[in-house]
Design a protein around this ligand. Structure first.
Ligand code: HEC
Length: 160
């Protein structure tokens, strides 16, 4: 029993040393490779790949067109409890809320809100635009397209 246990412990010790040794070896060799080679190659490469990648990323969202009809369905499902079926801010849940849910038929108010702002508040909730957390975030439930559909419906509701 005892000798074999000793061997086992020895074997473990060897493994530990071997692994530790390998790690050290890897750490010793890796950094010089990283710093030596890319210094020359990296400089010209990133500007070429980063710019084209960043450019389409922004217009992709802005370019999306919302489907107001689908937005109306989503609105009934997710927003009407507070904002009301017709968007007047008088949904069944609104009585208990302070501040009151926005009145989406208020053309004067709604016309001051950009699509970017609407996207932000629907995606991140009131706090994303410095308003009440009672306006809940929908970014984890809705797709980007669905948010644009809702924005299209908000334009219909507000006439703006
Ligand atoms: C739990 C209740 C609740 C639900 C559900 C809700 N909202 Fe709101 N919403 C609010 C409240 C409350 C405010 C007012 C926040 C404030 O004025 O601080 C608000 C404000 C807003 C505003 C105005 C933002 C601004 O700049 O003043 C928009 C736009 C909006 N909601 C869209 C939506 C959409 C679209 C949905 C559905 C996806 C939705 N809300 C679901 C409670 C809700």
């Amino acid at each position: 029993m005892k000798p074999s246990l000793c061997l086992y412990v020895l074997a473990l010790a060897f493994l530990a040393v071997a692994c530790g040794g390998e790690k050290e070896a890897a750490q010793d060799t890796a950094p010089p490779q990283e710093t030596a080679a890319p210094a020359e190659e990296a400089a010209p490469a990133p500007p070429a790949t980063e710019e084209p990648a960043a450019a389409p990323a922004e217009p992709a969202g802005e370019g999306l067109t919302g489907d107001a009809a689908n937005g109306a369905t989503l609105y009934a499902m997710y927003c009407s409890a507070c904002h009301g079926m017709e968007g007047k801010g008088d949904g069944p849940g609104s009585a208990a809320l302070e501040p009151k849910p926005a009145n989406h038929t208020d053309t004067a108010f709604m016309s001051t809100l950009t699509d970017e702002h609407l996207y932000k508040v629907i995606y991140g909730g009131g706090p994303a635009i410095g308003k009440s957390p009672l306006m809940t975030p929908w970014g984890s439930i809705l797709t980007e397209q669905q948010i644009y559909d809702l924005i299209a419906h908000l334009h219909v509701l507000s006439g703006s």
